[in-house]
Design a binder for this molecule. Structure first.
Ligand code: ADP
Length: 443
């Protein structure tokens, strides 16, 4: 997807999310209307016209349901213009409902008229500045229409007797005073809400642009690392090719000093090769746009990996046990990558667990995903280093003391792979007691 399309897709997603929020609020508002009418009639004993008030609450429900259905997935069918129209329509209908409620429950005497402010704030968040001021004008016109019509007797006035002592709908000073405060409050609220939200939108835009720039820079860096490590690997392979016959005595007998030096060179080159391969791998995964996904048997992959690790663990007398829920078998992903991830984590458990320890593997079925837990009785990870453990090249202080060899790349490769599968990886650990690595993978 091109970045422009991506941006407008995100904008649509965001706007739809906000409209869903408004719909949720409206369900609550409809219940609140019914309870307020019940309360004022039954407890406060105001004689308000029940039928129109309940009818307005029902209307609220009905149009809210229509908007809810309109916004159901697939969201892609909605363009930004449609979303804006829906937002405008929702707010206009809300203003009409509120005006009708106001008319049937005391008109200008009803203190709830100030609830119009909430709609102005919502408009400020959802709509453009111009559209928000237009909505404020609609609210003002509706308000004036009701107040003037009730004043002139064109519409009946339902007095809130019990709440106020004197009927105010034809008291001109009261009308002027309340109208002035009401209208100015609405416009000020719109001004404030749109100013804050446009500033936030601006900031969000800058953040998004910076993020894009960082991604581009990261991509350039990865491409550079890929080129360099590829070159290093070629040279290393050539060095290994030269060293092996010498170390194997093919080029002639070596004296003990020469033999020792050549063996050291072979070991160091092998370590360097391992490191460069890991670096190449993580960079390739990062740069690859898509990974090949196929169905494979997770059960088989696990049992192969566990067999392989059990042999390694035997040298340190570490016991390995595994349980897998019978309902788990095939999942979708890249088999080689998943196998590598599990192998990496299990190899770490063996590496960082002292002799006679224990490794337990448990895989549970979570419906749409599987959750794998690898628990060991190893050295654990210091609490303050836990957040950095999946970073590239990071090795915890205690691990460096126990095991000199290590690239600090295994976990970051695992994280890249799991994320590429839309999964999650995390760890719980206590220094000196052990660690539990969790991997959640969608089926
Ligand atoms: P390394 O090559 O150092 O093992 P990894 O990326 O695989 O690199 O792991 C990063 C760090 O995470 C390790 O250096 C170690 O500090 C910590 N770690 C990983 N697995 C375990 C474990 N099972 N127990 C304790 N520490 C672990």
């Amino acid at each position: 997807m091109r970045s422009f399309e991506m941006e407008s897709f995100n904008l649509i997603e965001e706007s739809v999310e906000r409209l869903h929020w408004l719909i949720k609020l409206r369900w609550i508002a409809a219940v609140a209307v019914i309870s307020t009418v019940l309360f004022t009639n039954q407890i406060l004993k105001f004689s308000l016209p029940n039928f129109p008030l309940y009818a307005i609450a029902v209307t609220l429900y009905v149009y809210n349901l229509i908007f809810f259905l309109l916004l159901l997935p697939p969201k892609q069918r909605n363009s930004l213009i449609t979303i804006n129209r829906i937002a405008n329509a929702q707010i206009s209908l809300d203003l009409l409902s509120l005006a009708a409620l106001m008319h049937f429950s005391g008109g200008i005497e009803n203190p709830f008229i100030f609830y119009f402010i909430f709609h102005m704030i919502i408009a400020g968040i959802l709509l453009s500045r111009r559209a928000s001021f237009l909505q404020a004008t609609v609210a003002v016109l509706l308000f004036c229409f009701i107040v003037i019509s009730e004043y002139l007797g064109l519409l009946p006035h339902y007095c809130l007797r019990g709440f106020i002592i004197h009927d105010q709908h034809n008291n001109l000073i009261y009308i002027w005073g309340v109208s002035f405060v009401f209208i100015s409050t609405l416009y000020i609220a719109v001004y404030m809400a749109t100013s804050i939200s446009s500033r936030l939108r601006q900031r969000e835009k800058v953040l998004k642009e910076t993020n894009e720039l960082l991604k581009e820079k990261d991509q350039l860096k990865s491409e550079y690392v890929l080129r360099v490590s590829h070159d290093i690997k070629e040279h290393l392979a050539a060095i290994q090719g030269c060293l092996e016959p010498v170390a194997g005595g093919i080029t002639g007998e070596l004296n003990p000093k020469q033999f020792d030096l050549v063996q050291r060179a072979v070991r160091r080159t092998a370590k360097l090769m391992f490191f460069v391969r890991a670096l190449l791998e993580i960079t390739r995964i990062k740069l690859s746009k898509e990974i090949k996904m196929d169905f494979f048997s997770f059960k088989d992959v696990l049992s192969e990996t566990v067999d392989y690790i059990t042999v390694k663990a035997r040298d340190k007398n570490i016991s390995v046990s595994s349980t897998l829920e019978p309902s788990i078998d095939r999942i979708r992903g890249t088999k080689e990558y998943i196998q590598e991830t599990i192998t990496n984590l299990l190899a770490n458990s063996v590496k960082y667990t002292p002799r006679n320890g224990k490794i337990e593997i448990k895989v549970s079925d979570k419906g749409n995903s599987i959750l794998m837990q690898i628990k060991d009785t190893g050295i654990g990870i210091p609490r303050d280093e836990l957040p950095k453990i999946f970073d590239e090249f990071y090795r915890a202080s205690n691990a460096r003391e126990v095991e000199r060899d290590g690239t600090g790349l295994g976990l970051s490769i695992a994280k890249q792979i799991v994320q590429r599968h839309q999964g999650n990886i995390w760890v719980e650990s206590e220094e000196g007691k052990g660690s539990t690595f969790h991997i959640e993978l969608p089926k």
